[in-house]
Design a protein around this ligand. Structure first.
Ligand code: HEM
Ligand code: HEM
Length: 215
């Protein structure tokens, strides 16, 4: 019989946030790709694509703001966690190839609520998010006020963020959905729960605190 999944990993509101934000991101990705790739329309794409892109922006930017207002402590913790790097992370990275190709889990330094790879994804999400926001703001509201050359730079920044975010999203989805080691990942982003064994093996440092009742 499968082990009971009793450890709370994600709260309901976090799960809602993740999926609504993902939906907005995917709409931005598709409409952005239409504007970016000449084969799909590129600069000649119709106004509807640009309109939908802007509607999705409202959700993409609005969701984190709402989440921040509801959970200021958790949100600040997310930012702090994302920006705190140490020797443990270097060690994790150096052993990561072996780990992802089936190497012994015991050899990995024990992880907190997320592992170094997930922290890197969070860093990409925050970093590209800031680039999208700043460049997108200028492209949306100050197009006419900017010199054509300057405007073009913002488009390039937006495009670089697009390519980086897209490539890393593929890795994120692969790890969350397909990788044989992350057996409880997708379900945990559905009902918030993982088993004790999974928690202990993947997030040992965090699980010790949960078990002690600190979390
Ligand atoms: C903060 C959020 C964002 C804002 C404010 C924003 C805003 C904009 C604006 C105003 C444009 C120009 C549309 C036009 O030509 O009328 C644009 C284009 C584009 N956006 Fe976004 N966007 C955001 C997020 C995203 C995201 C998350 C993606 C993809 C993952 C994305 C991908 C693109 C791409 C590829 C283009 C086409 C750029 C080009 O012409 O080469 N955007 N965006
Ligand atoms: C179809 C697309 C996506 C799928 C299938 C997916 C799946 C998942 C899963 C299964 C987890 C839980 C990981 C775990 O702890 O075991 C997760 C976490 C997370 N996701 Fe997504 N996700 C998607 C899109 C996105 C997008 C677009 C963003 C951000 C713009 C995002 C940001 C995050 C973050 C920050 C976490 C927490 C850190 C981490 O576990 O990597 N996800 N996602």
């Amino acid at each position: 019989m499968a082990e009971a999944r009793v450890v709370e990993r994600f709260r309901k509101r976090t799960i809602w946030f993740h999926w609504i934000h993902t939906a907005a991101f995917l709409v931005l990705l598709v409409t952005g790709a239409i504007l970016f790739l000449p084969g799909l329309g590129g600069p000649a794409a119709g106004g509807l694509t640009r309109f939908i892109h802007r509607i999705a922006v409202v959700f993409f930017v609005g969701m984190p703001i709402v989440y921040f207002i509801i959970n200021p402590r958790m949100s600040l913790h997310f930012i702090k966690e994302t920006l705190t790097w140490g020797r443990n992370d270097v060690q994790w990275f150096s052993q990561a190839p072996d780990y992802y190709f089936g190497g012994d889990e015991e050899k990995m330094p024990p992880q907190g609520h997320i592992n170094t790879g997930q922290k890197m994804w969070q860093f990409i999400v925050l970093g590209t998010g800031a680039l999208f926001l700043i460049s997108g703001f200028f492209m949306w509201f100050l197009k006419d006020a900017l010199a054509a050359g300057v405007f073009q730079w913002f488009v390039i920044v937006h495009d670089v963020a697009f390519v980086v975010a897209l490539l890393m999203l593929l890795v994120h989805v692969y790890l969350g959905v397909i990788h044989p080691r992350m057996t409880e990942s997708l379900r945990s982003m559905w009902d918030g729960k993982i088993s004790k064994t999974y928690a202990r093996n993947h997030y040992g440092k965090w699980y010790d605190e949960v078990a002690k009742g600190k979390n």
